[in-house]
Design a protein around this ligand. Structure first.
Ligand code: HPA
Length: 244
């Protein structure tokens, strides 16, 4: 049975290392996932891949059907999810193209369908979210990065903004005061939904740019693309080491 999935974000719309065998279109009670699930092999292991922003990359962060994406994975028998995500770097270690395995999250997003537990005919359910990312899966990613010889920060707080615009300098200052090391747009509700369905979930963050105000001038798409090119190649090596 397939148990492991990779959700690819901006810069990882497909995983070249994956020997694709099957493509599955799934419908869920919450609607359609972002794309067909690609089931293939990475090393000797069966892996499901999902392009979070669709294929081609057209779904902005606030329009992603996070519930359908996670529900579909559960339907496929997935128990473990590694989420790859492009982020902005806030604190000094989080330089462009650097990798990080966050351990905490703050949700600044809004107006997203963020729970499977909205049904008023059932008793109210509050899941624990003390550790938003699965500690054992994080350890496996940290260990894989070490074995692959790729520098990766072993912790960090991910702040999830609404997007699709990037942030103002003041917003990033506030996030830094809150304790955020990284800023992205897709970490929530994805992490919480996986936890609601009892799935192991961890993120491999790839820094695409210095967050607003952390470098001179404005943030350009071409700098993001260049940094992601380098960072995602390293992320793919870590994934391969972690899974194979
Ligand atoms: N902010 C939010 N999300 C991002 C950024 C950023 O600077 N870079 C890549 N994803």
């Amino acid at each position: 049975m397939t148990t492991l999935a990779i959700i690819g974000g901006t810069g990882l719309g497909q995983l070249a290392e994956l020997t694709a065998t099957t493509r599955k279109a799934i419908d869920t009670p919450y609607g359609k996932p972002s794309a067909d699930y690609i089931i293939g092999e990475l090393g000797a292991r069966e892996v499901v891949f999902l392009a979070r922003h669709g294929n081609p990359h057209t779904i902005p962060p606030h329009k992603i059907n996070y519930r359908a994406n996670i529900w579909g994975l559960k339907q496929l028998g997935v128990e473990t999810i590694i989420a790859v995500a492009a982020v902005g770097g806030i604190t000094p270690a989080m330089a462009p193209a650097h990798l990080a395995i966050p351990d905490q999250i703050i949700d600044y997003s809004y107006d997203r369908e963020h729970t499977f537990f909205s049904d008023t005919s059932h008793p109210v359910t509050h899941i624990d979210f003390t550790y938003p990312y699965n500690p054992e899966l994080r350890d496996a990613l940290i260990d894989a990065a070490t074995r692959a010889g790729i520098a990766a920060s072993p912790s960090g707080t991910y702040g999830c903004t609404q997007g699709p615009r990037l942030e103002s300098i003041a917003e990033i200052k506030r996030m830094e005061q809150d304790g955020c090391d990284l800023v992205g747009m897709t970490g929530m509700p994805e992490a919480a939904l996986a936890k609601e369905l009892n799935m192991r979930y961890a993120a491999l963050a790839v820094v695409a740019n210095w967050a607003a105000g952390k470098s001179d001038g404005e943030i350009t798409m071409s700098e993001i693309e260049q940094n992601l090119h380098v960072g995602m190649a390293n992320a793919a090596k870590v994934l391969k080491m972690c899974i194979a």
